[in-house]
Design a protein around this ligand. Structure first.
Ligand code: ADE
Length: 225
């Protein structure tokens, strides 16, 4: 999979993609991430990419030309499955959307700032608008990092058996069960007996029960009616 991210602050995204799973995905050649500074397509020599909004009101709007030039230049070399724009009024990101996006080949991600991007770019080029939650971030970069991470770890070969995404929370609309490690007894607080039993059938049953209990307690909405 290839992800091209257009941003006025691409430096913000360097660290999130340079460690752990995202690093592994790229080293293994399973994920290519290309960061693009929007100002390379600026409308003048001062690097301008935003302007005041028509109709008045506080806050700048990211202009059509730099974004469209960027999208068109990238699209010249390959076909993109989606052009994603991160915005609080987009569709709320969840595991289902992560699963679907992880099956795509090429994605463009646009990180907005200020009051957002000119509506014409959204109308003519953006194919998917994503929000990572009902709160406002100062820019789309952190949303791009969240979504790329959630997608990248699902690519076949990124996780090994032990970290397999099959057992993640949300993967079957259930939260993951509690986990424990050594020691068996810490300050008198003991690990549930069943986990030490070596009986895999009983352990699986316990985990399923616990997952259900946890989901009922913390996220009953996931269980539907
Ligand atoms: N940009 C600003 N806030 C955002 C959010 N909640 N999700 C995605 N992009 C955003």
């Amino acid at each position: 999979m290839r992800i091209d991210i257009i941003s006025i602050l691409p430096e913000l995204l360097e660290s999130p993609f340079s460690h752990s799973m995202m690093k592994r995905a790229q080293t293994k050649g399973l994920l290519e991430i290309h960061l693009h500074q929007l100002r390379q397509w600026a409308v003048n020599e001062y690097g301008q990419v935003d302007d005041y909004q028509f109709g008045g009101g506080a806050g700048l709007v990211m202009m059509c030309e730099p974004l469209v030039k960027g999208i068109e230049q990238l699209s010249h070399d390959r076909t993109y499955d989606e052009v994603i724009y991160f915005t609080p009024d987009g569709k709320t990101f969840d595991q289902g959307l992560a699963n679907r996006l992880s099956m795509k080949q090429n994605l463009i991600m646009i990180c907005g700032h200020y009051k957002g991007i000119d509506q014409r770019v959204r109308d003519k080029f953006v194919t998917m608008e994503i929000s990572i939650g009902d709160y406002v971030l100062s820019g789309g970069e952190l949303a791009a990092a969240v979504v790329t991470d959630a997608i990248g770890r699902l690519l076949p070969g990124v996780l090994n058996d032990e970290t397999s995404a099959l057992f993640d929370s949300f993967q079957d609309d259930m939260l993951a069960p509690p986990v424990y490690t050594r020691p068996e007894d810490f300050r008198g607080w003991k690990v549930p007996e069943v986990l030490l039993s070596g009986n895999h059938r009983l352990i699986d049953e316990w985990r399923q029960e616990q997952a259900m209990k946890r989901t009922q307690e913390k996220r009953p909405d996931l269980l539907g009616d």
